[in-house]
Design a protein around this ligand. Sequence first.
Ligand code: F6P
Length: 534
Amino acid sequence: MSIWQSLSGNFETNASRSILGLFDDPERFASFSARCGDYLLDYSKTNLDAEAKSLLLDLARSCGVEAKRDAMFAGNAINQTENRAVLHTALRNLSGRPVLVDGVDVMPDVLETLEAMKTFSARVRSGELASASGAPFTDVVNIGIGGSDLGPVMANIALSPYHDGPRVHFVSNVDGADIHDTLKGLDPATTLLIIASKTFTTIETMTNAETGKKWLLQAVSEERIGDHLAALSTARDKTAEFGIPENHVFGFADWVGGRYSVWGPIGLSVMLSIGPENFTDFLQGAEEMDTHFRETPLEENLPVLLALVGIWHSNICGYATRAVLPYDQRLLRLPAYLQQLDMESNGKGVDMEGNPLPRHSGPIVWGEPGTNGQHAFYQLIHQGTRVVPCEFLVARRGHESELAHQHRLLLANCLAQSEALMIGRSMDEARELMREQGFEGAELEKQAAHRVFPGNRPSVTMMYNILDPKTLGKIIALYEHRVFVEGVIWGINSFDQWGVELGKVLATRMLPLIEGEATSEDKDGSTRGLLATL
Ligand code: F6P
């Protein structure tokens, strides 16, 4: 029998077992939780038992997770469809331990770029590197999309207690409304535009960059416009063509995937906002998680365990989605960030050799911060017909010490939700509730049925001391490695993204039709119909 079959067997035997009943074992929490410093992963409120856990660990081993992890850190070209190494971990390798790509240590370049970013940030923040008029920059606008936007946006919001630099804004959508609304109210005379694009060809970003440049020209002369521009890219030839001075370009190598790039130059806007020291702490947090991932036995390894819980829920239990529910308002954009990280990485249909997968790959990832979600979609999570495994994140304390009572309320809500999902409310309990309210007979039965919670719904909870730069670094690195481990188990390439290409190609062909420069004869009836209404 294969490990997959044994896992399914375990699930079938135990599917209706009470998760709450598993806590009859007083060691349940200790056996089904793990830590990396103050970061705790509790996966005890799932239907995993010792046998299933051990099978999942066997699965990870049999798929070569450890060897593949080491190959990634060693700079092997594990992104086979693009023939590239995958080395975002080098960007936070503050120890400078050599990392070889084709026999060449990439660390001197990485550390040199980090130093250049720090110098640039410090000079902008102090006003030494000023606008063309000599006035300090008051605002920075990062123009980028996908990985060149989601990481910095998410981190910038998450670390708002550390903002002490220029105000940072983000433009991503090609919808003119985005750049219009962002630039409205900003002064081009004191605004620095950062064009963030790994390839420097992405149509949305290049279109917004041109619009931004024109806006700058309202206040800055053509000769001095370079003072107001910076670029984050692997394509130095293209940044020069765009008019960005060499010393305002922060480059990185093609072995940094877009959705894994917040740790390097793509994080410049965050560094400008929180300062080089806090940014270094962010890197350090990620480096700690890297070390944990590399050195901790699989049984206690947070990314591995989170991945195995994910595999269990999606492949064995058949739950199609997972909800990420940060009880931390500043992790507002974490679900969106994870949607790219997880779904662009693991939303694949073929294995490394191009063969169709025998089972599902990446699940649908979604979420919103609690407590807001409670007043929106939690109804379905608690009583709907589908089971949604939930991932709760919460800090033990907030930054606002004067509002500690609100933080206690936040914590109470977070813990209550995972408890409610697990314990539910039986028909008998619901009847009792209705009886207390004066109902009886058939009406009592009907009313009670609506107040039943099936319960036995799984969740994991992650707890950390406070959302500081280090913790954020740990959280993101944890999720990156979780995605990696899941990808290894599914046998897919988590580091390419061919699925985004077709739409891009078709959009380029569609534009002339919208501009009336081509006819729509060869289009399908729906597209023709829609075009006809323009
Ligand atoms: O559309 C997919 C994608 O290639 C992402 O993977 C990437 O993060 C984003 O576009 C932006 O790409 P770039 O940084 O090259 O502009």
